[in-house]
Design a protein around this ligand. Structure first.
Ligand code: GRF
Length: 201
């Protein structure tokens, strides 16, 4: 797989740890970031994984940047591209031909709370349950078919950071387990629907 990450990289670390620990039969062929200062790049280097930074500055458009980024990604020949805390929209012209080969982890129970500040959105909405979703990336922001979710309770008096930490702790095993299923060939996207063991979810 190739991993795209913009920041801290704790989800990337969960993947690297699962591979190193023999819990995920996969390889991270490269990590790509739109931010040269991303901690994710340091985590990749520490694990001996090639780390690449590509700044959107200097590109005339989103499409031009994404074309360059995915040309570099494609050069590694990944079966799957994993957006793990990748904070940029990806141009539909790049995503559409790769449908079923790009996944994202998003910190909400989609379709609830798309976009940014999901924990704040959940608290403001007063929901009793929050969580995280892994979904196939489509042209629709955070709107692609959901593969798997993890649920956490919202507790009385919760504030954003506590809730975010509770969700993040569930994101890591959720992402690793989803990648295990994908690597085993048990998850696929067909005609815009997630299939598990050959049957539509
Ligand atoms: C995670 O909450 C992820 O779901 C969201 O951004 C955060 C990234 O965290 N898209 P990290 O960089 O993996 O630590």
């Amino acid at each position: 797989m190739a991993v795209l990450a913009s920041g801290r990289g704790s989800n990337l670390q969960a993947i690297l740890d699962a591979i190193a620990g023999g819990r995920l039969a996969a390889e991270v062929a490269g990590v790509f970031s739109d931010r040269a200062s991303a901690q994710a790049l340091e985590r990749a280097q520490a694990a001996g994984v090639p780390a690449h930074a590509l700044s959107p500055r200097g590109f005339a458009s989103r499409a031009a940047f994404d074309d360059a980024l995915f040309a570099a990604v494609d050069a590694l020949g990944p079966d799957l591209v994993v957006c793990a805390g990748y904070m940029r929209l990806i141009d539909p012209g790049v995503i559409t031909p790769r449908a079923g080969r790009v996944i994202n982890i998003h910190p909400s129970l989609l379709p609830a709370f798309k976009g940014l500040h999901t924990h704040r959105q959940a608290l403001q909405a007063g929901v009793a349950e929050h969580g995280a979703s892994v979904h196939f990336v489509s042209a629709d922001l955070d709107g692609g078919p959901v593969v798997a979710q993890a649920r956490v309770p919202v507790q009385p008096g919760d504030e954003e950071h506590a809730l975010a930490a509770r969700v993040l702790a569930r994101e890591h095993p959720l992402l690793v387990e989803t990648l295990r299923l994908f690597a085993a060939g048990r998850i696929a996207l067909r005609e815009d629907r997630v299939h598990f063991d050959g049957r539509p979810l």
